[in-house]
Design a protein. Structure first.
Length: 95
């Protein structure tokens, strides 16, 4: 089964005035040829395995999940034909 790489960047975003939230964005890359993997499911879960955000990667493999609360999360990427990938723990900061 093929594997893929998840590159994640953390950013802070203001969703609503005076309510600060965090975002996770990144790019899903096929390690064999370096191309982005489009239409992959991106799931963000908290430490209790509760789903707190989702996205689908764009054609070039980029994704962003907005509106996340500060705290520790995991990012899981799933795509037919590839092994599912779960990130290491990511700590989101408010603001």
């Amino acid at each position: 089964m093929l594997k893929f790489i998840l590159a994640v960047m953390l950013t802070a975003a203001i969703q609503i005035p005076q309510i600060r939230t965090s975002s996770v964005k990144g790019k899903i890359i096929d390690p064999e040829d370096g191309t982005g993997i489009g239409y992959a499911d991106v799931l963000v879960t908290d430490m209790t395995d509760k789903l707190v955000g989702t996205a689908v990667s764009s054609e070039d493999g980029c994704f962003i999940v907005n509106g996340l609360k500060a705290g520790d999360v995991f990012v899981t990427v799933k795509m037919i034909g590839y092994e599912a990938l779960v990130s290491d723990k990511i700590t989101l900061q408010e603001g």
